[in-house]
Design a protein around this ligand. Structure first.
Ligand code: NZQ
Ligand code: ZN
Length: 393
């Protein structure tokens, strides 16, 4: 186990009816709130009205900024930054999913930058940018998926140049997240499945490490993986059953609040490989991960076959003779693919009608900026990334 430091300051208010408390939480951070949201689902399911009423009851002034799209755009971030400066906003409140939260995080630190610094070129396009300051961020989460409600990350797309990039910083971890699983009842089945796939991916990224003797984290991650594998199909079958929604929602937070990768180094190549796909083809992040994770696994498992054997046995209950390591691993990958299919995810690029033509371009694009390689379990360069895309055809 490596040395580590762990700090996660997000207050989580979880459960039925917690949305009514958002005003009280928000009031701790000032008077003027930027209410940031997406394409309208919150207006249909009542979340918009409930949150507005709670903020008003707490005496807060609201400025609305809607229109965040999945794979959120830099252009709206820039608009939000200007609004925050002009209106002297105290708190950026994201009401929605990962896209809204990530856009809110970008706005929150962008609003604190001096005119000499640019949110995109000086941060998203840098390898290890240091975010010095940000407006406080609050969250009302409506979809369990990205884990952004208590993560250090924000992922934004420069649609003009087809680039999707992340910034990670403790400065932008939300101050609070209100999480009511009942808000998830209106999620389309496809979004529920994409969310479950993303949660599972965050666990897989952390699981595949070359750091040895980090057993507690292994066991915790395995428990979370099994919880998703059990509860995602149940949530799809019974979309209005609180129990399954609650399991997915809490696991989604735990999977990505950095608790599970203390003392180890996760991989994250598959996320970077996927981000090229969702930037270029505007597909859901979860769907892209279901396609790319099996391909990545097939390419890298020989780096540490024993780790993959452990995963296949403990997570997927593969019970072939232990001498047949390769057979066990391939069976584990097969069961993962079968799970993705069962919940309605694509598992090949061809399922989304994506052909060969842009694979080299995406492989090279994945290393544009200050990146030298992708991943940690195995360091990947453009040729490797292209081969992994080919395995996913
Ligand atoms: O825009 P609206 O109308 O709200 O519809 C959204 C959107 O179309 C809909 N939705 C959300 N809650 C709903 C609902 N529809 C009905 N009922 C509800 N309760 O779902 C669609 C997807 O929303 P989105 O926010 O895009 O989903 P998700 O949470 O999966 O976020 C994806 C983004 O997060 C990034 C991804 O790359 C992607 O851009 N990620 C962010 C991370 C982070 N910040 O730490 C880590 C992740 O690995 C990921 O990369
Ligand atoms: Zn993800």
């Amino acid at each position: 186990m490596l040395n580590f430091s762990y700090w996660n300051p997000t207050r989580i208010n979880f459960g039925k009816g917690t949305m009514a408390e958002v005003g009280k939480e928000a009031a701790k951070w000032g008077k003027k709130v930027l209410f940031h949201f997406g394409g309208g689902s919150i207006k249909k399911n009542g979340v918009y009205d409930t949150v507005t009423a709670s903020l008003k009851a707490a005496g807060l002034e609201i400025t609305y900024l809607g229109g965040v799209v999945p794979n959120p755009h830099l252009s709206l971030v820039r608009e939000g930054i200007e609004i925050c400066k002009k209106e002297h906003i105290d708190l950026v409140l994201a009401v929605g999913g990962g896209s809204v939260i990530d856009s809110a995080k970008a706005i929150a630190f962008g609003a604190k930058l001096p005119p000499s610094e640019d949110v995109w070129y000086d941060f998203y396009m840098k390898a290890s940018p240091v975010v010095r300051d940000a407006l406080p961020i609050g969250v009302v989460l409506t979809i369990p998926a990205a884990g952004s409600e208590s993560s250090t990350g924000t992922v934004v797309t420069d649609a003009e140049h087809g680039l999707k990039r992340a910034v990670n910083s403790e400065t932008i971890v939300p101050k609070f997240a209100v999480m009511d699983p009942e808000t998830n009842y209106t999620l389309p089945a496809y979004q529920t499945a994409c969310g479950a796939t993303d949660i599972l991916a965050h666990l897989q990224e952390r699981y595949f490490t070359t750091v040895e003797h980090n057993d507690l984290s292994d066991r915790l991650i395995e428990a979370c993986m099994r919880n998703i594998i059990t509860n995602a199909p149940l949530a799809l079958e019974h979309p209005n059953d609180y129990r399954y929604r609650a399991e997915l929602m809490w696991t989604g937070t735990i999977a990505h609040n950095n608790l599970l990768d203390r003392g180890r180094i996760g991989d994250w190549a598959t996320h970077d490989i996927e981000h090229e796909l969702s930037a270029l083809y505007d597909i859901a992040h979860g769907a892209g991960l279901a396609i790319m994770f099996p391909a990545w696994m097939k390419y890298v498992y020989k780096v540490d076959i024993d780790r993959f054997v452990q995963w296949a046995v403990r997570v997927w209950d593969v019970s072939l003779p232990l001498s047949d390591k390769e057979g066990i691993v391939l069976e584990g990958i097969k069961r993962l693919e079968a799970f993705y299919k069962r919940i309605g995810m694509p598992t090949r690029l061809s399922d989304l009608k994506i052909g060969k033509d842009k694979l080299r371009f995406m492989a090279e694009n994945s290393l544009v900026g200050e990146r030298t390689h992708l991943g940690n379990f195995m360091k990947l360069y453009a040729d490797d990334v292209e081969k992994i895309y080919n395995l996913a055809l």
